[in-house]
Design a protein around this ligand. Structure first.
Ligand SMILES: *Cc1c(COP(=O)(O)O)cnc(C)c1O
Length: 868
């Protein structure tokens, strides 16, 4: 039987148009070899990088003001100045980007592709100028032109294409990959709307769209020539090929286009400039021909709108699974476009398919990109006609998977009927992967049907569900957790059967890290300068272990004074921001206590505000003489709740209601202030983190995989109050137990404690009872509002163990107050914190991935822009 394709399916081209980017390097060399020598010489003469002197920089700024932006000195504001500086810096980035990508194409080393549905980049300008080493000269240049660099930097809006940890981690890793000169690309989606803007209205969170692209984005290069057709739905056509082998062909029913937008990622102090390629969905030019042929114009337009919808919005859920069809479409659209691009690049080298894993490593940031495993298998088997086993060998050697959570509500599962409708051929492949996998398990462990059921990629539910975490484990050669405790937990719980089957070598740990470039050199530049001056070199920015040198200065009075002066200046800056955004006056002499992160029950902001109520009630009960001994404290909250997460949103309401009462109570005065800063994002974090004295990372043990803001705070000389969870444990090991406040139950105790609360009726902590009684009495607005929240502790049996940890939490808070009063000791703790954080550099994390998982090496880009 002939494989007759319906004629409306466009042939899948490797390239839409053969332009410059479509030439293989061999073809390009051929083209140039025909050029006369004068032409080549002329190119080489003009091909030089711009000089970095102040006049060249000012000329380029003014050039962009008057031409690109069509403005003049008399109608320029800070935002125009920002745009002009950005465009000028962007010219330099593009030159580096081009040079890097050109040299990489030629040398063709093994590359890593980091697939992440989120990149929480924040602002780019300050980072780009610092990494290029041009911040000072640009600041001077724009200063002489009449603008303050701080105002210019502040005019940029955040690129907020992420929710929290997972997206920010991807951004830190991209910075480290570029700085360490690894050949790496990120792949993600270019959402029209990033994470929503949060405003607080009558104490409640309200969500507004994030119009981040309204004023154009100078940090991206639209590659309108790179457009890849992506298909959905339809059916599968099975046929026998000329050798009598049964083959399958997907006959799709819908198509859209993926357009590439490139975001250059400059490394620090290097010529290397990596890339994040973000895909945007567009309707196919010949959109839905069936309707079109039927003359159904309206339906065609509707379909085009649907196509654009795919990349319109980032899902605002952190650690919860939405299960929406559009989300599955996003995931396939993104993985298919990225793989198409990766495969095209590989094919340019005309190597054998068996070389693919020697040339390509693909890292899956959580299960979101797991479909890439299925898509590569489909390409190899259906399109490249490899046999199944050879293809599967290539696939599993290529992929590695990072798990980010053990929370059951975060585990991605897709309903089989929905999946079948959108991706019929992929469903067959998933079932085949599962069948062959379970056959092997059965051979090793015969007659254990329960085991097969537990390990299956398909969950037998009504309807059946595809367990993406199982698929990711089966399709990868390495699986990692993101902190030591978390990696052990996944080996013992969700992946226990898989560890027994594959052996423990497949399951490794890579503790998360943060980039010192953004989180110290940029966010706390004064401290960065003091460190450089003290250590006699700025080498620590690329080798964070060198901070250990600060340990020698712990007892140095002069150094201590400078250290504390910088902390105070940072607190003054934050106090001004709080005054401006919240209208609340706080004293920079109080202890600044910060909890900023996504609002989630497992992170226990609820426990924090309950303890604040306890503190408030305690202060109210004191005599004036006793009050004189109270350590004044400002408790600062920030963070977004998923719009559909009712209980988390009530926590925000409770914080604001408590703040309203406490901040206006004359009996309390400056002893306690409560602040909720709206719209927490990366650029706010850059102001908040350097200003904290103590920050809270108080998740129920075993629930926070790693956390990364804990690292940011400690790196900036802020102490932490935390549980034995995630990376807190490793931070404790590095900085020593005298410099951290730890409380609460341990991960291995959680199960028994939950059981006891559920079935043995353990009485609630008495202090907590008092606090709840105060809420129920109406101390903070109508208590009915908060009833569902209180119910999580009573009817809900306090799943996150707030009552069990409450007493030790209050004690730890008292220990913080006492320690802070002893400023001579506090400053030493603060210095020791920063000095011993070397391990938590994302450079260290990325090196571990490169050496143990990706097997890639740095590639040195040379600064010799020449045609040869
Ligand atoms: C670092 C960071 C996070 C992660 O915070 P955790 O406390 O580790 O959950 C979330 N949001 C932003 C804006 C961040 O910069």
């Amino acid at each position: 039987m002939a494989d007759k394709q319906p004629d409306f399916i466009p042939k899948r081209p490797m390239h839409h148009r053969r332009n410059f980017t479509g030439l293989t390097s061999k073809e390009a060399d051929m083209e140039r070899s025909k050029w006369p020598k004068e032409t080549i010489d002329l190119w080489n003469r003009l091909y030089k990088k711009d000089a970095a002197d102040i006049e060249t920089i000012q000329k380029s700024i003014v050039h962009h003001v008057t031409t690109t932006l069509a403005r003049a000195a008399y109608n320029m504001d800070n935002f125009t100045a920002y745009q002009a500086v950005a465009l000028s810096a962007r010219d330099r980035l593009i030159a580096q980007w081009n040079e890097t990508q050109g040299q990489l194409s030629k040398a063709d080393p093994k590359r890593v592709y980091y697939l992440s549905l989120e990149f929480l980049l924040g602002r780019s300008m300050d980072n780009a100028l610092l990494n290029l080493g041009l911040k000072d000269v640009y600041a001077k240049g724009i200063g002489q032109l009449g603008f303050r660099m701080e105002d210019v930097v502040e005019s940029e809006s955040d690129a907020a294409l992420g929710n929290g940890n997972l997206g920010r981690l991807a951004a830190c890793y991209m910075d480290s990959l570029a700085t360490l000169e690894y050949p790496a690309w990120g792949y993600g989606l270019r959402y029209n709307y990033g994470i929503f803007q949060q405003r607080i209205i009558e104490g409640y969170q309200a969500e507004f769209p994030d119009y981040w692209l309204n004023f154009d984005n100078p940090w991206e290069l639209p590659r309108l020539d790179i457009s890849i057709p992506i298909y959905f739905a339809g059916h599968v056509h099975s046929f026998q090929d000329e050798y009598g082998v049964t083959r399958h062909k997907w006959v799709p029913g819908q198509s859209v286009q993926a357009i590439a937008y490139d975001v250059p990622i400059p490394g620090y102090d290097t010529e290397n400039c990596n890339n994040i390629r973000l895909w945007r969905s567009k309707p196919t030019r010949v959109f839905d021909l069936t309707s079109f042929n039927e003359g159904n114009y309206e339906k065609s337009v509707e379909d085009a709108t649907q196509a654009e919808k795919i990349t319109s919005v980032l899902y605002p859920n952190d650690n919860t699974m939405a299960g929406k069809e559009l989300r599955l479409k996003q995931q396939y659209f993104w993985t298919a476009a990225s793989l198409h691009d990766i495969v095209r690049r590989f094919k340019k080298s005309q190597r054998d398919w068996s070389d693919f894993p020697e040339q390509v490593a693909i890292q899956l940031n959580d299960t979101h990109p797991t479909l890439a495993i299925v898509e590569l298998q489909r390409i190899l088997v259906d399109e490249e006609q490899l046999n199944w086993d050879d293809a599967w060998e290539i696939v599993t050697r290529t992929f590695a998977f990072t798990n980010h959570t053990v929370l059951p509500e975060a585990m991605e599962k897709w309903s089989v009927p929905m999946f079948e409708y959108l991706l019929p051929r992929h469903l067959q492949i998933v079932f085949d992967i599962n069948l062959f996998f379970l056959q092997k398990v059965e051979k090793r462990f015969p007659n254990d049907r329960e085991l097969l059921k537990r390990m299956s990629i398909i969950e037998e539910a009504q309807p059946q569900q595809i367990r993406m975490a199982h698929l990711a484990v089966v399709g990868s050669h390495k699986v990692n957790g993101v902190a030591a405790l978390h990696s052990n937990l996944i080996r013992d719980t969700i992946f226990k059967d898989f560890v027994e089957y594959y052996g423990s070598d497949k399951f490794v740990n890579v503790t998360n890290g943060i980039t010192s470039r953004r989180w110290l050199n940029q966010a706390n530049h004064k401290l960065s300068e003091l460190i450089t001056e003290t250590l006699g070199s700025d080498a620590w920015i690329k080798d964070l272990d060198l901070l250990k040198g600060l340990n020698k200065k712990v007892d140095d009075k002069v150094f201590q004074k400078k250290w504390m002066a910088i902390k105070r200046a940072n607190k003054v800056r934050l106090a001004e921001l709080i005054k401006e955004r919240c209208g609340i006056e706080v004293s920079p002499d109080a202890l600044f206590d910060v909890q900023v992160k996504r609002i989630h029950e497992y992170k226990r902001q609820f426990m924090n505000i309950l303890a604040v109520i306890h503190r408030y009630r305690t202060i109210k009960s004191l005599t004036p003489a006793q009050k004189a001994n109270v350590q004044p404290r400002v408790v600062i909250f920030g963070g977004k709740a998923a719009p559909g997460y009712y209980v988390a949103k009530l926590v925000i309401k409770l914080i604001n209601s408590v703040a309203n009462v406490v901040n206006q109570d004359p009996a309390v005065g400056d002893l306690l202030k409560v602040v909720f800063i709206p719209d927490y994002n990366v650029s706010l974090a850059e102001v908040i983190v350097p200003a904290s004295d103590i920050s809270q990372h108080i998740s129920t043990a075993g629930t926070e995989a790693s956390g990364t803001s804990n690292m940011k705070f400690v790196l900036n000389g802020g102490l932490i109050l935390g549980t034995m969870d995630g990376a807190n444990i490793e931070i404790l090991e590095e900085i020593g137990e005298d410099n951290i406040f730890i409380f609460g139950c341990l991960a291995h105790e959680v199960e028994d404690l939950r059981y006891a609360q559920r079935y043995r009726g353990v009485p609630m902590d008495p202090a907590l009872q008092g606090v709840l009684a105060a809420i129920e009495k109406g101390t903070f607005e109508d208590p009915k509002i908060f009833q569902p929240l209180i119910s999580t502790l009573t009817i809900g049996k306090d799943y996150y163990l707030i009552s069990a940890d409450f007493a030790s939490y209050l004690r730890a808070n008292q220990a913080v107050d006492a320690a802070y009063k002893d400023q001579d000791e506090w400053v030493k703790k603060s210095i020791r914190c920063t000095a011993n954080m070397g391990k938590f550099s994302s450079d260290r994390s990325v090196k571990e991935y490169a050496d143990n998982i990706w097997h890639i090496k740095p590639f040195k880009v040379v600064d010799n822009q020449q045609i040869d």
